[in-house]
Design a protein around this ligand. Structure first.
Ligand SMILES: Cc1ncc(COP(=O)(O)O)c(C=O)c1O
Length: 397
């Protein structure tokens, strides 16, 4: 056990992938936990050996959706009827963004630190409906620059703002509570990309007072790909409307063929779900959330992550003279963005991978990015520093 760490010594048993690599890129995809893999495998085996059309397996499937929504609600601080199950962050963002009745010429805003997924979602919507896209310039995501950028963009009167909770490129935890206050004062809804936040920092959607919040299970929660959740606050269920219908999202109680209004959306956020599921994936995400909550209960999770990220920053600065691009203090997440004088970031990533240390570089800025997760130890950071200190055959850039 390490000084900053509440990572159990069983971590390789919990994450077999850690036996082979120093895993510092959960921001792209976390290692699949044994808990999630076991649940996935068991569910798949049941389907394979017993079939999946009998009443018992159908009921178990429906129950697993209910249980998972409740678990996700507890994880992100909202009520279970405010959670829809999705397949990834992008799906949830699209559901929320398309939920308004947009008219040509209206404005939608996003920040200058968004991931390609959110940019693509906003741009696609804007082209389809003839909207103007306004960009809030927020620098590296520091509090003052972010709030100034949001104030400025509100002058264009956007109906929605799409903003990350944690900026994927700089690792800044953006000040969502204040952002929501400003946006709401301008009658603008706030849709959050939580891909880099859930499983890395504390998330309380109710306290943040944002309107919609989308996230996935395969990064910081170390669950399966193809799993995620979307929160839409209850007060907005009639305003952010479903764009796609499906048997899982509407009520058939009074259904009459040819009467569109006779299959109204279900009462809660379930209305945003549509068709059937790969059932093992739901069970895998449930196991991943249970694992993560267990870690939080032991004093791990966000507290450990921010301590190990602070440790990483200190060592990068002191031992390698790195320039850190992640804001300090409460704005620090599990992501540490930095650059090394005279080193090409893509070459550094390749050099590290050749010795089993996995990080990534950020296109555009050329910064390097390390992900400190719930399982990361100081030994991992020692391996990182050693790999970065090793002579490279790269000529200076
Ligand atoms: C900030 C951010 N948003 C969205 C995504 C895409 O996530 P998903 O695959 O869950 O749609 C990523 C993936 O790296 C991300 O970093």
């Amino acid at each position: 056990m390490t000084r900053t760490s509440v990572v159990p010594s069983t971590r390789i048993a919990e994450f077999p992938a850690l036996e082979h690599v120093t895993y510092l890129n959960s921001g792209s995809a976390g290692p699949l936990s044994r808990a999630a893999a076991d649940a996935l495998t068991a569910a798949l085996h049941e389907e394979y050996t017993r079939g999946r059309a009998d009443a018992a397996s159908w009921t178990a499937f429906l129950d697993s959706r209910v249980g998972l929504r409740a678990a996700l609600a507890e994880l992100v601080g909202c009520a279970a009827p405010e959670v829809a199950l999705t397949h990834h962050t992008t799906e949830g963002l699209n559901i929320a963004l398309w939920g308004l009745d947009w008219a040509p010429g209206e404005h939608i805003a996003l920040t200058s630190l968004e991931h390609d997924a959110g940019i693509a979602a906003v741009n696609t919507l804007a082209v389809r409906h003839g909207l103007s896209v306004d960009v809030a310039e927020i620098g590296l995501g520091g509090v003052e620059e972010t709030l100034a950028g949001i104030e400025e963009v509100m002058r264009r009167r956007p109906r929605m703002l799409m903003i990350s909770h944690v900026a994927y490129s700089t690792g800044a935890v953006l000040p969502l509570r204040e952002v929501a206050r400003i946006a709401h004062a301008h009658d603008c809804l706030v849709v959050v990309d939580g891909a880099q936040a859930v499983g890395a920092i504390e998330v309380d959607v109710t306290a943040l007072d944002v309107d919609a919040y989308s996230f996935n299970g395969y990064k910081w929660l170390c669950g399966p790909e193809g799993s995620g959740g979307l929160v839409v606050r209850e007060r907005l269920h009639e305003r952010i409307r479903p764009s796609h219908g499906g048997a899982f999202g509407v009520s058939f109680a009074g259904a009459q063929l040819g009467e569109p209004a006779s299959t109204p959306p279900l009462p809660g956020a379930e209305r945003y779900e549509s068709g059937s599921w790969f059932r093992p994936q739901l069970r895998g995400l449930q196991a991943a959330v249970d694992w993560y909550q267990g870690r939080v209960a032991e004093g791990g999770g966000p507290r450990h992550i921010s301590a190990i990220a602070a440790h990483t920053v200190r060592r990068l600065e002191r031992e390698l003279g790195a320039v850190i691009h992640t804001p300090d203090g409460p704005q620090r997440s599990g992501l540490v963005a930095f650059s090394l004088p005279d080193r090409d970031s893509r070459a550094v990533v390749a050099q590290l991978e050749s010795v089993g240390v996995i990080i990534r570089s950020i296109p555009g800025s050329g910064h390097l990015r390390v992900s400190c997760a719930a399982f990361t130890t100081e030994e991992d950071i020692t391996a990182l520093i050693a790999a970065l200190s090793a002579p490279s055959d790269q000529s200076p850039v």
